[in-house]
Design a protein around this ligand. Sequence first.
Ligand SMILES: Cc1cc2nc3c(=O)[nH]c(=O)nc-3n(C[C@H](O)[C@H](O)[C@H](O)COP(=O)(O)OP(=O)(O)OC[C@H]3O[C@@H](n4cnc5c(N)ncnc54)[C@H](O)[C@@H]3O)c2cc1C
Length: 329
Amino acid sequence: MVKEYVRPKDAAEAVALMEQALAKRAATSGGAATIGGAATIGGAATIGGAATIGGAATIGGAATIGGAATIGGAAWLAGGTALLSTASPSVAGNRTAADFPELLIDVGRILPRGLNQTAAGLVIGAGTTFQEVLESPLAFSALQASARSMANRNIRNRATVGGNLAFNKSCASLVPLCLALDAAVECAGGGPANQTLPLAKWLIKPAGLLLNLILPAGGGRSAAFARSSRTACDVSTATVAAVATVKGRRLLELCLVVGGFSLHALRRLDIEALFDGRDLDDLAATEAAIRPLLSAIDDQRGSSAFKRQQGAALVADCLQALLSAEVLP
Ligand SMILES: Cc1cc2nc3c(=O)[nH]c(=O)nc-3n(C[C@H](O)[C@H](O)[C@H](O)COP(=O)(O)OP(=O)(O)OC[C@H]3O[C@@H](n4cnc5c(N)ncnc54)[C@H](O)[C@@H]3O)c2cc1C
């Protein structure tokens, strides 16, 4: 149960508060504590079986559950759209009060905010809302599409970029495109001061307070994003981001990240291998080639068979869209 809410004046104070909370927790529980994302939602969750498909830039093997892992101790609070809804007993199933964060460190007003084009690429402050991303003239089409895919305007007005990356749900709106573009993050705490590291690496072991997301220059590549859901405002059933250099119908150096078929969105080297360096076939043939490679669990969003069918169509659509997609600056 939340017992305390604090609003630090800057990132340094926020990190210090988190360090104190984790040290206190470690002292009382006798366990080791990590700074920041405090990835301890009942221990590390592993991504197993088919879900480990991916390469160096992907999440493979053991992974922790994003920022949500702060449950039980202290948590950063940004827009609150994920944290406060999952921390509500009404939606939290059989969790007990002890499972919820006791300390909320409100970072919503101290995080960098806005988009800036720099020599390192497009830098997006972790406190930037999805609506701000969508409305920015610096946002390229695929980035706009992924921002627009976030539920509805009410949620977009509060949900932040940092919160989306840290929450890292299977169908997160922004994560697939960021992984496909080989994004980096800058964070405070949890390591060397204000370190920059690949997002893929940070997602494996989230630590510290995310300050900025850095999308590197496109270098003549194109990018496309696609999402499916049961209804417009529902959570996604699948998300796909594809990045490649396009020559006619040929996709070169294809990077494909798919969400909805594993615990977190994953780079799919197996699907990339079907299409990279080749001319893209028609939609039906593309879809048929992808279908056997997708597997999903049955849940309230659909049966495994339905999700495979729909997912294959979505990935095929995304690859087709790549042929005429905007070339990134
Ligand atoms: C009705 C509804 C619809 C939704 N639809 C979608 C959707 O379509 N697509 C989608 O992707 N998500 C969706 N979500 C989930 C959620 O809103 C998003 O993931 C959102 O981006 C979270 O951002 P936030 O700022 O609200 O994060 P918060 O709720 O404040 O925090 C989420 C987690 O991230 C951590 N965190 C926040 N900021 C940082 C930071 N700077 N550094 C490190 N950790 C941090 C927090 O400690 C927490 O664990 C939906 C949620 C709701 C309630």
